[in-house]
Design a protein. Structure first.
Length: 202
């Protein structure tokens, strides 16, 4: 599977990242397990409407939000990271977020399908649930509908950061970027002769 790394543009209040910025967001994105995430646009992150309903997962939502915005020092890293994951899940369903994710996917950022016959089919990150702490991120092949575990740092990322709907909505929204190709099943042979399985007596 192709293993690529995220780009490192300079971080501003709009949409970029730099190693020199000593902010919570820059440090968060510099962790290897978070390399698969895109930068949430500041205007989306600032809008507290996008936090509605997240209090059930995060006990001190207001403080975690202030930490992410670099207004307070970090106190609960797990809750702060979880908040960013959940907001990220919502952001990638917007037009702006989906466009950024589309660019990454078609550039094979998340790798290629491992199934024989699906070579060069880009994988799409997928969460098995929209809720946190259910499973880690998986990788979905739209051609054969198989789901794989990442074999890189993405394996440490909570699947809620992408959720269960994003991959399929991306494909439906941008069908022209996800053409299917035929693939055949492997046929076992011995000395060139196909092996036929005997049917069990009923």
């Amino acid at each position: 599977m192709t293993n690529t790394s995220s780009s490192s543009a300079s971080f501003t209040n709009t949409d970029s990242l730099s190693d020199s910025d000593d902010t919570w967001i820059s440090r968060f994105h510099n962790r290897s397990e978070n390399s698969g995430l895109i930068m949430i646009h500041d205007s989306f992150l600032q809008d507290k409407f996008n936090l509605v309903g997240l209090m059930r997962y995060i006990s001190n939502l207001s403080r975690s939000f202030d930490v992410i915005k670099n207004k307070m020092p970090s106190r609960n890293k797990k809750e702060e990271a979880l908040l960013y994951y959940l907001v990220h899940q919502r952001y990638i369903l917007t037009n702006a977020g989906m466009e950024k994710m589309l660019e990454r996917v078609i550039q094979h950022f998340y790798g290629d399908c491992r199934r024989m016959g699906c070579e060069d089919i880009p994988l799409i990150p997928l969460g098995l649930s929209n809720n946190p702490k259910i499973s880690s991120v998986k990788l979905y092949c739209y051609n054969c509908n198989n789901v794989f575990d990442p074999d890189n740092s993405l394996s440490g990322l909570d699947g809620c950061s992408f959720g269960s709907s994003f991959a399929h909505l991306l494909i439906l929204t941008h069908k022209e970027n996800f053409p299917k190709k035929k693939y055949g099943n492997y046929i076992p042979r011995i000395f060139g002769f196909r092996i036929y399985e005997e049917k069990e007596n009923q």
